[in-house]
Design a protein around this ligand. Structure first.
Ligand SMILES: Cc1cc2nc3c(=O)[nH]c(=O)nc-3n(C[C@H](O)[C@H](O)[C@H](O)COP(=O)(O)OP(=O)(O)OC[C@H]3O[C@@H](n4cnc5c(N)ncnc54)[C@H](O)[C@@H]3O)c2cc1C
Length: 292
């Protein structure tokens, strides 16, 4: 199937790009492997996206983005790009379902969580182990452990503490989150923050999870119902190994290939930046466009 522009990923960056292309009457196809809106659905309260003076939850903002996309009849395909190639002046995108071809590709695939390697996760407990908060949003009266000490760890804790007991375990001494999140979490009675706790093992115990920490040579056990690893994220580019570096540079220079949003933004990963990237990429695709 041939399209002019294909956008890989329907998060903030990809959606903004498709919307801006629509303004130039350019139809694009978004291929999204999971759910439109992307990572923002995990955010407890977004307070730095203009237009929402009281802040807005990640899921509410996601719903608004999706509605705007639907109102603009933007084409969406639920599918996963597993390979991206470029041959004879066109891109070939392979998914488990079919092959797509196009002249221009926008990579807006965001990030994926860094998987934990220090502890072994047996198959029988895998369903209690998470890397994002979204799937646990509706649980209540549980004890949930979060491993990490950055923004995501504290943000997840705030979401879950409304109806659960939450324990954050930091392997180090100092938290690495925004002071705003730390202060909010500190005033929540259901959030318990532990420093200098290095997880040594994770196993099943009477239908729950047993977390063993090594604390200054003494063994320390914590029992939990679920565990979330929030130990950082890295670019989601596994499908992107079939094109060599020189060719990529040329495709980018010639405005055939665009990378937008978290996938290329390093530590400056924010919704406003991702949407800005999306709009900018769309404008750069259209010759002669400078302003509206
Ligand atoms: C807990 C938390 C709180 C946050 N709070 C804020 C906040 O308050 N303010 C703020 O500005 N930002 C916040 N963020 C960051 C914000 O969510 C991201 O910056 C934003 O979602 C990035 O958008 P994106 O489109 O670049 O990537 P993503 O949102 O990650 O979207 C990428 C999309 O691509 C899809 N995809 C990936 N690979 C493929 C493939 N091979 N084929 C098809 N589809 C694919 C994914 O399924 C995903 O939907 C927060 C993030 C987290 C985790």
């Amino acid at each position: 199937m041939k399209h002019k522009v294909i956008i890989i990923g329907g998060g903030s960056a990809g959606l903004a790009c498709a919307l801006q292309l629509k303004r130039y009457n350019i139809d694009s196809l978004i291929i999204e492997k999971d759910q439109l809106g992307g990572l923002m659905r995990n955010a407890n309260k977004i307070e730095n996206y203009l237009g929402f003076p009281d802040g807005i939850s990640g899921t509410e903002l996601q719903d608004k983005f999706i509605l705007q996309i639907k109102n603009n009849n933007i084409k969406i395909k639920l599918d996963e790009v597993i390979k991206l190639q470029h041959e004879n002046n066109e891109f070939i995108l392979t998914t488990p379902l079919k092959i797509y071809k196009c002249k221009i590709v926008v990579i807006a695939s965001g990030t994926k969580p860094k998987k934990i390697t220090e502890v072994n996760i047996e198959k029988e407990i895998a369903h209690k182990v998470f890397y994002e908060v979204f799937e646990l949003r509706n649980v209540e009266n549980k004890n949930i452990a979060i491993i990490g000490a950055g923004d995501a760890a504290f943000d997840y804790a705030l979401t879950l503490s409304e109806r659960n007991q939450v324990h954050i375990f930091n392997r180090g001494e100092k938290e690495k989150c925004l002071p705003l999140l730390y202060n909010k979490a500190s005033s929540e009675k259901n959030i318990h923050y532990h420093k200098r706790k290095i997880l040594k093992s994770l196993s099943k115990k009477q239908g729950r999870l047993s977390l063993i920490f090594d604390e200054q040579k003494k063994i320390d056990e914590h029992i939990s119902d679920y565990i979330i690893f929030a130990a950082g994220r890295k670019p989601e580019i596994d499908f992107f190994s079939g094109i060599n570096k020189n060719k990529i540079d040329n495709l980018v220079k010639n405005k055939k290939l665009f990378m937008i949003g978290d996938v290329k933004n390093g530590i400056t990963r924010q919704i406003a930046i991702a949407t800005g990237d999306g709009i900018k990429a769309a404008m750069e695709m259209v010759p002669g466009v400078g302003c509206c």
